[in-house]
Design a protein around this ligand. Structure first.
Ligand SMILES: [Zn+2]
Length: 208
């Protein structure tokens, strides 16, 4: 498999981008890899990059976007932050990736058993992490069930995963609300902004 070029990037639609990612995750789940020579891709991409997707995922060591979607050099912009939320700088990175560098899809990729989400469920406090976790708190509050406070902690993995899903939804809402550039591109059909969840126990990505 070759690195994308300006010509191949131009033929890729948002739908096709999602298809590439789904196929890549299928290969990953089946322990297959596309045949690519990474060193050759270093050479092929040295003059420029023409990636097709931008993926916002968690820093979790088990959720490397390149690995779980079986992608090579020059294929995806990978934005990673604990709890996969957006701020001004991350929105700016996404605007660069889509408007200037031509990627066709933004995937907000949450994952099961996320430590940052667990921290938010438990209202954890630790140094700079406290501020980061506060940014996920709206997702905790937006999940209505269960009502019993005792069940709204990191010990309840179903609750943790519900919050992770809600966090993906709220992150997509924020992208729409705070990036007129990306909203406009989506309205024009130039890009799609989608949510997905990675299951750390199976390696499967479920797109919404
Ligand atoms: Zn995580």
């Amino acid at each position: 498999m070759k690195a994308h070029t300006q010509e191949t990037q131009a033929t890729i639609t948002p739908e096709k981008s999602i298809q590439f990612l789904k196929e890549g995750n299928q290969r990953f789940q089946n322990n297959l890899k596309a045949n690519r020579n990474l060193l050759e891709q270093v050479n092929d991409t040295s003059e420029g990059q023409f990636p097709f997707a931008t993926i916002l995922s968690c820093i979790d060591s088990r959720v490397s976007a390149e690995l779980v979607f079986d992608q090579g050099l020059g294929d995806i912009f990978s934005v990673r932050i604990a709890g996969n939320f957006v701020n001004e700088d991350i929105l700016g990175s996404m605007e660069f990736a889509c408007k200037l560098a031509g990627t066709k899809v933004i995937v907000v990729l949450g994952h099961t058993s996320c430590g940052a989400i667990k921290g938010a469920c438990d209202h954890a406090e630790l140094g700079n992490l406290t501020k980061l976790i506060e940014k996920i708190t709206p997702a905790v509050n937006a999940v209505e069930a269960p009502k019993d406070e005792a069940l709204r902690t990191s010990k309840n993995l179903d609750f943790v995963d519900e919050v992770a899903k809600k966090n993906v939804e709220l992150t997509i809402d924020r992208i729409h609300a705070e990036s007129p550039i990306l909203s406009e591109m989506e309205k024009n059909g130039e890009i799609k902004i989608v949510g997905a969840m990675y299951d750390i126990s199976t390696g499967a990505v479920e797109f919404y």
